[in-house]
Design a protein around this ligand. Structure first.
Ligand SMILES: NC(=O)c1ccc[n+]([C@@H]2O[C@H](COP(=O)([O-])OP(=O)(O)OC[C@H]3O[C@@H](n4cnc5c(N)ncnc54)[C@H](O)[C@@H]3O)[C@@H](O)[C@H]2O)c1
Ligand SMILES: [Zn+2]
Ligand SMILES: [Zn+2]
Length: 321
């Protein structure tokens, strides 16, 4: 089969490799129909994620059709259309039982990280019963791919951890797919305004179309000044970091208002300066999270009901090669 292989920082190649086979009873092998690229794949290629070894097949998102199942799989059979969660969950360990499968003792974020991933024609998915979701018959495939990681990440790490509530002023730094997913799902809670900040005007234009109240291009270094002016000097209730660099975590610290939340979403490869000398007295909360994908069933229902339209995030299609 063809697969995209990581060969160290800055190096990747589409290669011919052996098709994966079943190893353990709870495994399934899935033929990939669609996959996508996460900002985290870009962090891996920058060398920010040292757990990814050279030779690894990248990718942790996708939908596909079950090709083979191990003897321990009871929920799926050959030919079923499935959504692959970016988080593999054994369903039994302490972390899975606590609703935090991102730290599953035998799973977590392993696809395209410590085991081969989904940017390939086939992938082996461990613990298939608890790591795959059935795709409803009438679902649009493109929209489903956004549920592997992008939507649950924006929602869990950004909106839920940021505790967005009605009337809030929310700022999202980073208008990539994950920032835009946070923008879409923040609107479940009717915040008064959502400010989206990025360096790329095309992405800011997309943010406007998806419901941003105000967009700011921060390339002139004036984003903080603008947000403070817009909020009468008070700052925002929720600042979400959806880039994964020190500069944008810095913006979050400068614009968060008293009693506010900084919800970090980005994967960071370098340390940041924490300004406790300013923040200690501001009653703020800082959260971090590796997505758990525990919200996937809820988000899937919202998509099927037409309340959430992730297909809007998709602009380009490519063949695997
Ligand atoms: N916590 C998790 O579980 C989890 C899961 C998935 C993705 N992520 C992370 O979320 C982040 C976003 O993912 P994505 O797929 O949207 O990435 P992306 O690379 O597509 O988007 C990042 C955006 O940030 C903008 N940007 C870059 N530098 C900036 C700066 N200095 N100021 C303002 N904007 C800047 C870029 O223009 C781009 O639009 C990444 O760090 C990714 O690794 C985390
Ligand atoms: Zn990801
Ligand atoms: Zn587990």
């Amino acid at each position: 089969m063809k697969a995209l292989i990581y060969h160290g920082p800055g190096k990747k190649k589409l290669e011919e490799v052996p098709k994966p086979s079943l190893r353990e009873a709870p495994d399934a092998v899935v033929r990939i129909i669609k996959t996508t690229i996460c900002g985290t794949d870009l962090h891996i290629l920058k060398g920010d994620v040292p757990t990814v070894a050279e030779g690894r097949i990248l990718g942790h998102e996708g939908i596909g059709i079950i090709d083979e199942t191990g003897t321990g799989v009871s929920r799926f059979g050959k030919g079923d259309r499935v959504l692959i969660s970016c988080i593999t969950a054994c369903g039994k360990c302490e972390y899975c039982r606590r609703g935090m499968p991102s730290h599953c003792e035998q799973g977590g974020w392993i696809l395209g990280n410590t085991i081969d991933g989904t940017q390939a024609e086939f992938v082996r998915v461990p613990f298939a019963d608890t790591s795959l979701h059935p795709i409803p018959g009438s679902a649009e495939e493109d929209a489903m791919v956004m549920l592997s990681d992008i939507l649950p990440t924006g929602y869990e790490c950004g909106v839920l951890n940021g505790a967005v509530k009605p009337g809030d002023t929310v700022a999202i730094i980073g208008a990539g797919p994950v920032g835009l997913a946070a923008l879409l799902t923040a609107q479940f809670y009717a915040p008064a305004s959502i400010i989206v900040i990025d360096l790329d005007d095309n992405r800011l234009e997309a943010a406007k179309q998806l419901g941003a109240t105000v967009v700011i291009n921060s390339s002139n270094g004036k984003a903080v000044e603008k947000v403070m002016a817009m909020t009468g000097g008070k700052g925002v209730d929720v600042a979400m970091e959806a880039v994964g660099v020190a500069a944008t975590f810095g913006i979050c610290q400068e614009i968060v208002g008293a009693g506010g939340h900084i919800a970090n979403i980005g994967v960071h490869g370098a340390s940041v300066t924490l300004h406790l000398e300013k923040l200690w007295s501001q009653n703020i909360t800082i959260t971090t999270r590796l997505v758990d994908t525990v919200s996937t069933p809820l988000l899937l229902k919202s998509v099927m009901a037409g309340k959430l339209k992730p297909k809007q995030l998709i602009t380009h299609h490519f063949a695997l090669d």
